[in-house]
Design a protein around this ligand. Structure first.
Ligand code: PEP
Ligand code: MG
Length: 751
């Protein structure tokens, strides 16, 4: 072929498409494709290597190399020139391959007679699917035009692979999106669920990578670009004079990309070589993603991210596949996403049966929402988005952090047995619902539940909780597009109290900042938001919102008892000021003639180590204290609760942490200040038992944990548990977990 000429390239793509349309097994198609490419490009060899699994490439078809090596020759990603192309996601153009760094000779292929080598990644949206290689006997460097033409071919191969063109009888590759797949991730919420995949952001599928009429495709691209630019202009236009300058800047950069000539020119060139408009967008998007991975500069990476985002919009415009694809939410939806914020998650409501995230973290508020809903959540399930399709059958094992996609029937059957066993356990817990959590040695621990939504309240009765020990008020703020009005809040809080039917509810004032960013609040750039301007710090600096919330709480009480606690208090003064603010509001409301609560108790959350060492007067002034173990543990160990890598290093049953809790309990006991623990660890039976042994008599947890925690507490002697902890503390062990587990398994067979 006159190398790289447009008409030749289009001819080649046309022949590839014909091959695709022909009857035949996956292998035959792949064989024909290598032969067509070698013929058109005038090379001695054309080979296609496809990914067998995340680590291994396999020679799947070849023209020119020894055919017996097909499906025999394999290499790891990064190994040899082919493996390096896959790892670097960049072409290698080597006139004298054997002298190239990393070259590995594969004797079974008979490739020793070939000198030059050109390898290109077959990739889709930055994800490598395989490698396309051409080789020749003579020493030659392939021209830029040839490389470019082959890139276009590789793009088409990627789409064909994605569409399953090489699967079926005599499959050339393992069938993506058909075979069962297993993912190991992290445990963020226990439980088991079976259902169908529901993608938070479904991927766009390009079904027509090759086009006959470049003029028509160019016009489609231009039309879509015009619409895209129009919508970005509209976004900018709708920003008022008082809009956040940062946000305007970001949108302006966005507009700049939408108008980028070089981006459009590259796509136009792809179309001229025979790609459809959407395939051209995707080809450039793949290139952007590959670049994104290699850019060390965060700012530049962000900008490339903008481009990625624009490409997605463009793809959705061209294919008509919207963000909301109209895909029906299946009957038992399991949400699969890269990551998700608490607000977006709440938008789905309680219909989800489980959640699987490619990223995510145990301490995030999305995880807390999942916990409140008592649905399994598996995080860090790498690559699940490249495999899962809407509607696929999926099993989520939140106890082990395992996800089965498209499972075989035997796996699904075993899984159903497990669910049945859990249901049985739930029935057992129901039988002790009305009984107290009294240990064998007669210590009673009161068990409360954590809540944040009206929808949580029915669990108060079904779980047997004595009250709501923590009502996180920020969830109402996170689910709205604007600050809720005082009257709205008063109605909600009033309904919460109504639903609690006289059981105690502890309202925590707004804890925003950190990972809870309100959509309508101007985002503040903070180097470390978890230790930044959040919770009571915002409340005290910006009094308006806190005042409004306190008034709403007072009005909601309507003659009933009111319990309020302030989050993230780090020093006495903060508590004193916040408390005074509530007292002032009570005064004011009374003067205005509103009905006063019958009783007011004002508490503090102990979430920073500093507060444990506050003056005695703080403990005297606080009506109660609630230990926010999620934050307390992160600051005690200086280990980010959202960073899985460091979070897992520090066991909650670590001797230092348990001793610290013991000291907090002692300080509270000295002033007769009621103390409870409301972090997530309170919902883990073994941890809860140890907290009780350290002197805590009140725990607040997600509703589904009440049964398991109570069941264990009723079966142990807390004085014995304390002895085991004390002995283990004396041995110099870092954690008492091993000793505790030995004790439990020795006693009962299992915890
Ligand atoms: C905590 O920190 O333990 C807590 C209960 O508060 P949150 O998880 O909402 O930060
Ligand atoms: Mg907290």
């Amino acid at each position: 072929m006159p190398k790289g000429s447009e008409s030749e390239s289009r001819k080649l793509l046309g022949r590839l498409r014909d091959t695709l349309a022909e009857e035949g097994a996956g292998q035959e198609r792949l064989d024909r494709i290598t032969s067509i490419i070698a013929g058109s490009m005038g090379t001695d060899v054309c080979s296609i290597y496809l990914l067998r699994d995340a680590e291994t490439l396999e020679l799947c078809a070849t023209e020119g190399l020894n055919k017996a090596a097909v499906h025999q020759t394999r290499m790891r990603i990064g190994e040899g020139l082919v493996g390096r192309v896959a790892r670097r996601k960049r072409p290698i153009n080597a006139p004298d391959a054997p002298s190239e760094r990393g070259f590995r000779f594969m004797p079974e292929t008979g490739e020793e007679i070939y000198t030059s080598f050109l390898g290109l990644p077959i990739q889709r949206l930055g994800e490598t699917l395989g490698v396309l290689v051409v080789q020749s006997k003579d020493e030659r460097r392939y021209s830029e035009d040839e490389v470019y033409a082959l890139e276009v071919v590789a793009m088409v191969l990627a789409e064909m692979t994605e569409l399953g063109a090489f699967q079926g009888e005599g499959a050339a590759m393992s069938a993506r999106h058909i075979q069962q797949a297993l993912f190991r991730g992290g445990i963020a919420q226990e439980g088991a669920a079976e259902g169908q995949v529901y993608l938070h952001e479904p991927r766009v599928v390009v079904t027509n990578p090759i086009a006959d009429d470049p003029h028509a495709e160019l016009k489609r691209l231009q039309d879509a670009m015009r619409t895209l630019r129009g919508s970005v202009d509209e976004m900018l236009g709708s920003m008022g004079k008082n809009s956040d300058k940062e946000q305007v800047k970001v949108l302006e950069a966005y507009r700049m990309f939408a108008n980028s000539r070089s981006w459009v020119r590259r796509m136009e060139e792809d179309i001229a070589l025979g790609l459809s408009a959407e395939a051209a967008v995707e080809k450039e998007q793949s290139a952007t993603r590959a670049r994104m991975e290699n850019v060390p500069d965060a700012y530049l990476r962000e900008r490339l991210h903008d481009l990625d985002d624009l490409s997605n919009r463009l793809l959705r415009l061209l294919t008509g596949q919207g963000q909301d694809t109209g895909a029906e939410i299946p009957e038992n939806p399991i949400l699969v996403a890269k990551n998700i914020g608490p607000g977006e998650l709440l938008d789905y409501g309680k219909k989800l049966k489980g959640i699987v995230l490619e990223e995510g973290s145990v301490g995030s508020h999305a995880a807390i929402v999942a916990r409140a809903w008592a649905i399994p959540l598996v995080i860090n399930a790498k690559r699940i988005l490249t495999e899962a399709l809407n509607g696929d059958q999926i099993l989520v094992d939140g106890d082990q952090g395992i996800v089965h996609l498209r499972p075989e029937e035997s796996v699904a059957a075993a899984f159903r047995d497990k669910i049945a066993m859990q249901t049985e356990a739930q029935q057992r817990y129901a039988s002790i619902r009305e009984k107290p959590a009294t240990s064998l040695d007669g210590t009673t621990v009161s068990l409360h539940m954590n809540a944040g939504l009206m929808a949580d309240l029915p669990s108060l009765e079904s779980s047997g909780a004595q009250g709501v020990g923590l009502f996180r008020t920020e969830l109402q703020f996170l689910t709205r597009a604007r600050v809720p009005r005082r009257s709205e809040l008063a109605t909600i809080y009033g309904s919460v109290l109504d639903a609690a039917k006289g059981k105690q509810v502890v309202f925590r004032t707004l804890d925003i900042g950190s990972d809870k960013v309100l959509p309508y609040m101007k985002p503040t750039e903070e180097p470390n938001p978890a230790m930044g301007w959040r919770a009571i710090r915002v409340g005290l600096d910006k009094r308006g919102v806190m005042r409004m919330q306190l008034q709403a709480l007072i009005r909601a009480a309507q003659g009933r008892p009111l319990l309020v606690m302030f989050p993230f208090v780090a020093q006495f003064d903060e508590f004193r000021e916040a408390r005074q603010q509530l007292l002032d509001e009570l005064d004011r409301e009374e003067k205005m003639g509103h009905v006063m609560p019958s009783d007011v108790k004002i508490g503090a959350m102990l979430e920073t180590p500093s507060l444990a060492f506050a003056p005695r007067q703080f403990f005297e002034m606080a009506d109660f204290i609630s230990i926010g173990g999620n934050d307390l543990k992160q600051f005690f160990f200086a280990a980010d609760r959202e960073n899985e890598r460091v979070r897992k290093r520090y066991d909650t049953l670590n001797v230092s942490f348990l001793t610290f809790l013991e000291q907090i309990v002692a300080r509270c006991d000295a002033t007769n200040t009621p103390v409870s623990f409301c972090g997530e660890d309170a919902g883990r039976p073994v941890e809860a038992m140890c907290f009780a042994a350290m002197g805590l008599r009140s725990l607040s947890m997600r509703p589904a944990s009440i049964g398991p925690v109570k069941s264990l507490l009723r079966r142990v002697d807390l004085a014995e548990v304390k002895d085991v902890i004390d002995t283990a503390r004396g041995t110099g062990d870092q954690s008492v977990r091993a000793a505790i587990m030995d004790y439990l398994t020795g006693r009962n067979g299992k915890p």
